[in-house]
Design a protein around this ligand. Structure first.
Ligand code: KG4
Ligand code: ZN
Length: 342
């Protein structure tokens, strides 16, 4: 049993990316992601369009994942899928597909919590990646979530703080929208920020207690600031785009870093692992690397392709659960709200 080779076929469909991956034990053999461009014109994800696109994508994406891994589906030991949290219509596509395939192949089905997967992606065996040791703090930052999680073991996690309103990815995307940038604006704010002055403009930081976050006030203050400045100078945005983006990004990173510092102080744990789409942000990566030098922390940043939504992270959870024989019932259903640790 110890040396058994386990092949996991993993499926992720919680939001607007249809993804399938094949893992051999904790190594990724393939990780195919079909990003849905249909949402760009609406400035955000349209749930009904997302589930329709998942339906179109899922079969070719799974085929491609098996092809690239060079694996016949008869070799697959179990199917792992995202049960939640996410958009109900999107989750249903991946869940029904995974259930049918597991039934057809007569192999176990493994349900995965998407937020747990963002954290456990650190345990994928890949070059340039080192797994954290327990206990560690995870900062999960995405378009849907902002959480500081105390990770005591693979499946023993406790949320220490989270956002009370917008997620940090939304703060990036909504700020970008105010600046007239297309959706998703987070990566564009990051790109423009690179050549800007982060201290050019000041935005207020929210006063939220404990380890919780709030980003909706920041969005409003950016909106008022832009309205005020463009009333005086209609070309304000184009003349100052780099500085505005750098200042927004600087403020968001300060908000995140302040809370992590507080969490480290509170728990005495100084191993920090990040996950979720926003961990692709070059500013947050740099701030964490600096903290290694300045604060003596150990920081863990996953490879880019395992930061944004992907099925490889679902697959690693599948592998870990397979070893513990944590299989799902055949009548398992999707769950739009699904809290880590439940
Ligand atoms: O984890 P993810 O792919 O999907 C969700 O579960 O939400 O995260 C997507 C979010 C979007 O808000 C996107 O704008 C943001 O991650 N994002 C970034 C960067 N790359 C992706 N935000 C800031 N800087 C980036 N480089
Ligand atoms: Zn995600």
């Amino acid at each position: 049993m110890e040396n058994e080779t386990i092949y996991i076929l993993a499926i992720e469909s919680s939001c607007d990316d249809t993804s399938a991956a094949v893992l051999r034990n904790n190594k990724v053999l393939s990780n195919v992601v079909a990003t849905q461009s249909v949402h760009e014109q609406y400035g955000g994800v349209v749930p009904e369009l997302a589930s329709r696109a998942h339906q179109q994508n899922i079969v070719p994406v799974v085929h491609q994942a098996l092809d690239r891994a060079n694996i016949d589906k008869k070799l697959v030991s179990a199917i792992a899928f995202t049960r939640g949290p996410g958009l109900m219509g999107s989750l249903l596509v991946g869940t029904s597909f995974a259930k049918s395939l597991a039934m057809g192949l007569d192999i176990p089905l493994i349900e995965v919590n998407h937020m747990q997967a963002h954290i456990l992606a650190h345990f994928i065996d890949a070059d340039e990646m080192k797994a954290p040791t327990f206990p560690f703090l995870a900062l999960t930052i995405s378009g849907g979530h902002t959480q500081i999680v105390l990770v005591k073991d693979y499946f023993d996690m406790e949320i220490l703080g989270e956002t009370l309103d917008d997620a940090v990815g939304e703060a990036f995307d909504k700020s970008a929208k105010i600046l007239g940038l297309p959706y998703p604006g987070g990566p564009l704010v990051d790109r423009h920020a690179k050549s800007g002055n982060p201290k050019a403009f000041q935005f207020p930081k929210p006063k939220v207690g404990d380890l919780n976050f709030s980003f909706s006030g920041l969005k409003t203050s950016i909106l008022y600031f832009i309205q005020r400045e463009t009333a005086k100078n209609p070309d304000f945005i184009s003349e100052n785009l780099e500085d505005i983006c750098a200042s927004i990004q600087y403020t968001i990173i300060e908000i995140l870093m302040d809370k992590i510092k507080k969490a480290v102080k509170q728990t005495g744990i100084d191993q920090i692992a990040i996950g979720g789409g926003v961990s692709a942000n070059s500013g947050i990566r740099a701030a964490l690397l600096n903290a290694e030098q300045d604060m003596g922390w150990k920081t863990y940043i996953p490879k880019f392709e395992y930061c944004t939504d992907n099925a490889a992270m679902i697959g690693i959870v599948g592998f870990l659960k397979y070893q513990e024989k944590k299989f799902a019932a055949k009548n398992v259903t999707a769950q739009a709200r699904y809290i880590i640790g439940t």
